[in-house]
Design a protein around this ligand. Structure first.
Ligand code: G3I
Length: 376
């Protein structure tokens, strides 16, 4: 009896197993494992933008503030050196160069795949005392000028993609070339030592010297005020036409765009359009939008001001995206990162909130409007 039951159990087990086998799906054809999905970064500036998004940066902040560094890592695809390679820092005495600050930024860019934009080789401002007091004939001045440009550009060859070669060469009012100080009573020399010692064609020679030192670098002329000074814009365009005729190697134009919530939209659009018509690369190179241009100490950063600022950021980005042909879009760079880093607070000491991030690097409403506007 026991043996019969055993056989019955075995019989039913065999029937069930053979049924299961019959239902089993055929072995799948071996396939290679799928590639990891492409993650589109849809939340950060650099992730969504149709062009490079930059910030000018300060070495000390980069070295000491992890929030600052993280914001750059996450948001920016381009970095401009705000001060570290200007004359007083990089060329502190006639026979010495100090690249430590610029190198720190360049290494950060290389390690984190950020485009590096050098700023600025020749400027009428921010020249060290030793340079202002330099005496020598025109050949000695020319050597100094050429040595500075070529030493700095050669040092960053292969690291800096581009340079602001000459900065702010034209006067505000009538757009003429800065040569002499036109308002001697204000204790500020708005003329230019380079034009005085080297003649009006110093700009062209600066571009030629920079090109000799790094033929691959893109070379920019950088200026402010094109949005409110037709005269300056006209001078820049004349200069570009002259350079093209003489084959002076200029690649692009920087519109600094230190502006404010009351600036004329029409002026901004016209400036972008006129400069884009040169066919050169166009870089909005130093963007910030003041909400308190008259430095009213009683002002607070109201919801109304935040909204006006957010609209202006969006307007500028939209105009850039639509008026500058894609191939000429070198990008938009803000002049530093958080409000507390802005030159408007640290240099001209105004009470203001001009940037995309607040003092703790939290995103402001203008961050979101700007991000929407730069979207591809
Ligand atoms: O390096 C010293 C530092 O050692 C010292 O502790 C500190 C305290 O006073 O001063 C530091 O240098 C200052 C530097 O900013 C860094 O804060 C300089 O004195 C000061 O002149 C310098 O100001 C810069 C200014 O250009 C002049 O070079 C601003 O940060 C910078 O934002 C501003 O940038 C210019 C662009 O280059 C051209 N377009 C306009 C724009 C705004 O003015």
């Amino acid at each position: 009896m026991e043996v019969k039951i055993k056989y019955l159990i075995l019989f039913f087990a065999a029937v069930i197993l053979s049924g299961l086998y019959a239902c089993k799906k055929p072995d799948p054809v071996a396939i290679t494992p799928p590639l990891p999905p492409v993650v589109t970064d849809t939340t950060t500036l650099k992730g969504v933008a149709a062009f490079k998004i930059g910030a000018a940066i300060d070495v000390y902040r980069l070295q000491t503030d992890p929030l600052y560094k993280n914001t750059l890592l996450n948001q920016q695809s381009s970095i401009t050196i705000e001060n570290a390679v200007k004359w007083p820092t990089v060329h502190p005495s006639q026979n010495s160069f100090d690249f430590s600050g610029g190198d720190y930024i360049a290494d950060f860019c290389m390690a984190n795949n950020k485009r590096l934009h050098g700023h600025c080789l020749i400027w009428y401002q921010a020249n060290p005392d030793w340079l202002n007091k330099f005496t020598g004939d025109s050949l000695a001045w020319e050597n100094l000028f050429k040595t500075h440009i070529q030493t700095v550009v050669a040092h960053y060859k292969g690291k800096a993609t581009s340079w602001d070669v000459v900065n702010e060469a034209f006067h505000d009012g009538d757009g003429t070339l800065r040569v002499q100080d036109i308002n001697a009573s204000d204790n500020f020399d708005d003329g230019c030592i380079w034009a005085r010692h080297l003649g009006a064609d110093y700009i062209a020679r600066a571009f030629l010297y920079a090109h000799e030192a790094d033929p691959d670098a893109l070379l920019f002329y950088n200026e402010y005020g094109q949005e409110w000074s037709d005269a300056k814009t006209a001078s820049i365009i004349n200069m570009v036409n002259d350079f093209k005729a003489r084959r002076i190697p200029i690649s692009g134009l920087g519109l600094q765009m230190h502006t404010d919530i009351n600036a004329s939209n029409d002026g901004i659009a016209k400036a972008i359009q006129k400069l884009a018509a040169t066919g050169l690369l166009i870089h909005i190179s130093e963007l910030d939008i003041s909400v308190n241009p008259s430095n009213d100490q009683a002002l607070s950063y109201s919801a109304d001001l935040q909204k006006k600022q957010a609209d202006k950021y969006a307007f500028i980005a939209t105009q850039y995206k639509t008026l500058v042909p894609k191939a000429q879009q070198y990008g938009i760079t803000t002049w530093n990162v958080g409000d507390k880093d802005s030159w408007i607070r640290t240099y001209i000491m105004h009470k203001d909130w001009p940037l995309l991030f607040d003092d703790d690097y939290a995103k402001k409403s203008c961050y979101f409007s700007f991000r929407d506007a730069v979207k591809n």
